[in-house]
Design a protein around this ligand. Structure first.
Ligand code: 3UK
Length: 541
């Protein structure tokens, strides 16, 4: 591995040994990348050189930066990083901000400088930031001034994080002031296609977070597989959505996919369903990226807000329940694009669009990827038999210095930790996270299947289903239900919901216990935290 532009070899030195890497596949012409490749250059300089300079690139309410203006800012930030902050290729740069054009420009600058971006969720607290800074040995940070207090607390605990520059401030030592006088050209770092470009921390629930290493080529591969073949964006598209750029779902959908084709992106600091719905109407968003629960919540706003501009709507992060797909389709005529992605894979690898969509299925392997369902002995499960989802393609899992590498990657396959079933036509259906399967009186029950059944009842706004210990049955199925407006909790409704599930799916799967709750516990990326529901159930017992 001499073919690198990294001067600081920390990330490369802490990659897993080659025999623990997944197998990589590049089966399409668009996935053949040259040995030297800088994804920031491909996404930005290349577009300006191709005559896109005057077209809109980054937007926020009240602001539009063209491709040329974005390039000018990214170049001046790259100069600040390399000329003044002392960043050298391979150094990690922490980026901490809500989704804004400045954050996007900083990310592009980090790429162009050959540094390694570590973008964190804006909601992280000092203690969580500390784990990231220690694990990735970070000395440099660019941070939104509004989030400075939390980062400052972190810096006091890790003094190695010496070099913090704030943006979104008029202060004389702020980023805007410090780039103002700089020349707006920059000599881009000639990174290798296999030089690390980013560390993506997983939204793991406990313990030390895992950092996934992704190369410059991986950033382009997510654009040239899922986006090119399933989203099929056009230069006149306007992308928007809720996932933070610190979550690779957001990095792809809200930054890289639009820039790869010369389209524009509307970055929103607040991506709650009402804000999103408002922005869709006001800015005429065409491609939307958000979570299944947000699509369900937006159903209630369909009459009040005009969604007529939407052309592509991508749902990921959790399973998209069939009732949500159907209700959204009835209300808007839009066929939601479900897709399973993972931080380890950088983006979506099973999905479908348009007429290929089968509501209730995640889809088929995205062009560039192969996927299968394996049993404990690594034998392929026949159609109809659930097993472990396994996938390979142009991207894959490489944890930074982590023994858990050999759990995620086995025999060249990325094992995502999901239980899936295939049908005869090759469609993949999500059952549950493998650790979330409920075993009750000898039956295997997938929590999400019970959730789907409950969601078809009008009283249910949201729900989460888990297994709780039971002396007789091993586990019983327990549902936590958030009621829709106008419905009241009570023994009668419990009975009604139980009967409803028994009439919808095999009766043995019905929830023997139901609790009504005001809201469900979710991660910063919007995922239901089933382990917290299990804790809650234990506390109640
Ligand atoms: C689950 C899904 C069913 C699944 C992600 C799109 O979610 C992303 O990454 P994470 O690392 O979580 C990965 C896990 O989330 N999951 C995601 N999408 C679906 N389950 N249907 C889906 N459509 O358990 C997976 O293993 O947080 C999603 C793009 C980039 C991402 N990082």
């Amino acid at each position: 591995m001499t073919d690198t532009a990294h001067v600081d070899s920390f990330v490369r030195d802490h990659l897993p040994p080659p025999e623990q890497w997944p197998e990589f596949l590049f089966p399409l012409p668009e996935l053949q990348y040259p040995a030297r490749l800088n994804c920031g250059v491909e996404l930005l300089d290349r577009m300006v050189a191709a005559g896109q300079g005057e077209r809109p690139c980054l937007r926020a309410p009240g602001l539009v930066w063209s491709y040329a203006e974005t390039l000018s800012r990214a170049n001046r930030i790259a100069r600040l990083l390399t000329e003044e902050m002392g960043v050298v290729p391979g150094n990690r740069v922490l980026l901490h901000a809500p989704n804004t054009p400045w954050l996007a420009a900083c990310w592009l600058a980090v790429m162009k400088a050959g540094a390694v971006a570590v973008t964190t969720m804006p909601l992280l607290r000092a203690g969580e930031l500390e784990k990231v800074v220690r694990k990735a040995e970070i000395r440099h940070a660019l941070c939104d001034a509004r989030l400075a207090p939390e980062l400052e607390k972190c810096r006091q605990r890790v003094p190695e994080l010496a070099n913090v520059v704030l943006f979104g401030t008029e202060a004389a030592d702020g980023l805007e002031a410090r780039i103002a006088g700089r020349s707006d050209d920059f000599s881009n770092c000639p990174t290798a296609a296999t030089d690390p470009a980013l560390l993506a921390f997983t939204s793991g629930t406990t313990g030390v977070p895992k950092a996934c290493v992704h190369f410059h080529r991986d950033v382009l591969a997510m654009c040239d597989s899922f986006s090119k073949h399933i989203v099929q964006p056009r230069p006149d598209d306007l992308f928007s959505g809720s996932p933070p750029l610190g979550f690779t779902f957001g990095l792809g959908g809200l930054l890289c996919f639009p820039l790869r084709v010369g389209a524009s992106t509307l970055l929103l600091e607040q991506g709650s369903p009402p804000r999103l719905a408002e922005a869709i109407e006001r800015f005429r968003v065409t491609c939307l990226f958000t979570a299944p629960t947000a699509y369900r919540a937006m159903l209630g706003l369909v009459g009040a807000q005009d969604f007529g501009s939407l052309r592509r709507c991508v749902s990921a992060g959790e399973a998209l329940p069939k009732p949500t797909w159907e209700a959204f389709h009835r209300a808007t005529g839009i066929r939601l694009i479900d897709g399973i992605g993972a931080t380890e894979m950088i983006h979506i690898f099973i999905s479908a669009a348009d007429e290929e969509i089968r509501p209730g299925a995640t889809g088929k392997p995205v062009p560039g990827y192969v996927a299968t369902v394996l049993d404990e002995n690594f034998e392929e499960c026949p159609p109809g038999v659930p097993g472990r989802l396994a996938v390979k393609g142009p991207t894959g899992c490489r944890y930074l210095a982590d023994p858990r590498q050999s759990e995620y990657v086995q025999r060249g396959w990325n094992i995502t930790g999901d239980t899936y079933v295939r049908d005869e036509d090759g469609y993949f259906f999500h059952r549950a996270r493998s650790d979330d399967m409920i075993i009750s009186a000898g039956y295997n029950i997938a929590g999400p299947e019970v959730e789907v059944a409950l969601l078809t009842h009008p009283a249910v706004a949201e729900c989460g289903v888990v297994g709780v210990p039971d002396p007789e049955r091993g586990q019983i199925v327990k549902a936590f239900v958030v009621l829709a407006a106008g419905h009241r909790p009570g023994a009668e409704l419990v009975k009604e919901l139980q009967e409803h599930v028994k009439a919808t799916i095999a009766p043995y799967k019905y929830p023997r216990a139901i609790s009504f709750v005001p809201e469900l516990p979710r991660t910063a990326t919007g995922k239901l935290q089933r382990y917290r529901l299990r804790e809650l159930a234990r506390e109640e017992a």
